[in-house]
Structure formats: structure tokens, C-alpha cells
Design a protein. Structure first.
Length: 229
């Protein structure tokens, strides 16, 4: 087979390696995209999240998990009260992340809040499902004794409403993972020529450098016309 293709064994090895690098490149785009989506979702959720002490908001976390038993925390609620912005760190999602990842591995994104009171009640769920939206004080008579968010623009379904608002952007972003223009540009960026063509009937021998995957800019991933990182 190598002889019919005009390839020597070394060139065949490079071809096989290139195919593995392209596979890891696509995996990296997928994991990075899910990571950016989760950080963005957390950023849109936090300002809607009810707060008093701030413990519920402060627990907000955006993460990515693969079926390869890897979990990466991509963002957390800011440490400063009122915890309404995200401290993002997606740097751990790199070429090492996907090297060796199974071909059929799945990628999961998660935005979570954890808060229980002294009685063990799940406040995160309660605030999402039971609490009523903010109303100016003093409360109307018909709401006396009924739990209502205490801060403007906050209230129930804080995560669900943020998701519904942004899901169109996320869908477009996922569709864009395999867009041919970015892929062509990126592949050129991680290529190096091992041997120049020597006749008009031959082509350059090109090797894709796996470690150069980390040099591919995050500006390939955009939301709402804004660069995320």
C-alpha cells in the first residue's frame, strides 16, 4: 500500500500521526466550546440569582466533564460580594486534556449552585422553584408571609431563564465547531513542512504538531459578537 501511494514508511507514519492530531483538534474544539458555554451561562445566571448573605451566589460553578473521567472547573462566582461576576479559568482545557480521550467519549457541561440551611433544606432548589420574584417594599398585603426575592432583578428560575435567553447563541456556537474556514486556518497554523515537493507531481510532506494545538486562539469561540477570552 505504501509503495502504491508513493509513500515511504516514514511518510506513512507522519500521515497516521496527522490523522490523530486532527482528531484531537476536533475534540479540543468541542471541550473548549462546552467550557465557554458553561462560563457564559453562569455569567448570565448570577445577576438573576437571589441573595442575602451571598452564599447561594458564591457557590455558582461552571464545569465540563467527559466520560473519560475528567472534570474541569471553568469558572466560579467571583469571591467579592455580591458575587455577580465570573472568575473564569479555562486554561486547563488544552492539548493534554484530549490526548488519549476515547473516540466515543461524551462531553457534559454543568452550571450548579449548592446551598443548604441549618435544617438541611436545599436552598438552591427552593430559590429556583418556590421563591417569588422581587417586589418593592413594603410588600403588598396579599404577599405578606410569602417568600419573595429581596433584591431587584432577582428571583426564581434564575438558571432556567438564563438558559432560555442564551440557548440560541449556544446552538449556533455548537454548529460552528466544524466550520471549514476556522478548521482550515487552524490546521495551517499547526503545520510544519517536513519535506518540500521536488517535482510537479509530488506534494510537500506536512506534519501536524500536537503541542501547537494550545496556540490556537480562544478568539475562535465567540458569543453574541463578543470575544469570550
Amino acid at each position: 500500500m505504501a509503495k502504491k501511494l508513493g509513500l515511504n514508511l516514514r511518510e506513512l507514519e507522519i500521515l497516521q500521526k496527522n490523522l490523530r492530531v486532527v482528531e484531537d483538534y476536533i475534540k479540543l474544539r468541542v471541550v473548549r466550546t462546552v467550557g465557554v458555554i458553561m462560563v457564559d451561562l453562569l455569567a448570565y445566571t448570577l445577576p438573576r440569582t437571589p441573595y442575602d448573605t451571598g452564599q447561594l451566589r458564591a457557590s455558582g460553578t461552571a464545569s465540563v466533564t467527559t466520560s473519560f473521567y475528567q472534570r474541569f472547573v471553568g469558572g466560579k462566582a467571583s469571591s467579592a460580594f455580591p458575587h455577580d461576576t465570573v472568575e473564569a479559568d479555562l486554561g486547563r482545557i488544552n492539548s493534554k486534556t484530549v490526548k488519549g480521550m476515547r473516540r466515543k467519549a461524551r462531553v457534559f457541561g454543568n452550571v450548579s449552585f449548592r446551598r443548604t440551611n441549618e435544617e438541611g433544606k436545599d436552598i438552591a432548589v427552593w430559590a429556583h422553584e418556590v421563591l417569588l420574584p422581587y417586589v418593592p417594599r413594603p410588600k403588598p398585603v396579599h404577599l405578606l408571609g410569602i417568600p419573595v426575592a429581596t433584591k431587584p432583578y432577582t428571583g426564581p428560575k434564575y438558571l432556567e431563564f438564563a438558559w432560555n435567553e442564551r440557548v440560541g447563541e449556544y446552538t449556533n456556537l455548537i454548529k460552528n465547531i466544524v466550520n471549514p474556514w476556522d478548521i482550515e486556518t487552524d490546521i495551517k497554523g499547526i503545520s510544519r513542512i517536513r519535506k518540500r515537493k521536488y517535482t510537479k507531481y509530488t506534494t510537500d510532506v506536512v506534519e501536524l504538531v500536537h503541542r501547537q494545538l494550545d496556540a490556537i486562539g480562544w478568539n475562535k469561540i465567540t458569543l453574541g459578537g463578543q470575544f469570550i477570552l
